[in-house]
Design a protein around this ligand. Sequence first.
Ligand SMILES: N[C@@H](CCC(=O)N[C@@H](CS)C(=O)NCC(=O)O)C(=O)O
Length: 250
Amino acid sequence: MFEVLGMSSPNVLKLVLMLEECGFDYRLRHVDVFAGQQFDPAFLAISPNNKVPVLIDQRGAEPFAVFESASALLYLSEASGLMMPADAHLRSRAMSWLMLQTASVGPMFGQYVHFFRYAPEDERGYGLRRYESEAVRILGVLERRLAESPNLAGEEYGLADVATLPWIRTADSIFPLFKREGAWNEFPALRRWFEAGLARPATGRAVAALDALLSDDVAAFGRADSDAIDRFCGRGRHDHSAKLSAATTA
Ligand SMILES: N[C@@H](CCC(=O)N[C@@H](CS)C(=O)NCC(=O)O)C(=O)O
């Protein structure tokens, strides 16, 4: 049995997709990031970067926790022997696309979400344009790859696809850039891959399971006051750089 600590976000969906693809038993436990539960000492002990998801392997005598979603995907791949090619070159190719997801897709798309959803209206402009530009550039990288290959690492659907699909799902459902008429027409190969990924039975089960956390997130967001949102965004009295300058001028 595995446990996933998380919320209804794309990084959490990665793990649920992988658990479903591998056929592992698992349960989901909600973490209220708007109430700051990711900063609790007990949570930081298993996730030092105060982020969800965390994967907990309950199969041994002692539970074993894995933080960082790509690391958890690799853990599950090793535990199952699935979703990564054995051939060294194919495996390296899969790693490259997995790393591209963790280094570029997630962080750039995530910052884009931050600016259109949380940035104050009068401070939004430059950041929004910067991350929208990056998001479109990265979508183009994925488009070019998927125009020449059925899946990111090659013929087989695998870890890099599982890592990337949740962010394309988020892009499709909430990115302002995809609200523009005909935006998807720019990415036909990406769209073909995305629709094929969504049609997988494991994806259907994973999305249904993750939806169980959506109502918890909506309720958590509804309870959050402006100070709680500031803590979530690391601004206002929760601005980490302000703490640094207070320490250095003392
Ligand atoms: N690189 C991390 C990113 C995880 C991440 O950004 N998690 C978000 C939710 S999707 C989170 O925990 N946010 C709470 C916070 O930043 O305090 C991973 O892939 O696991």
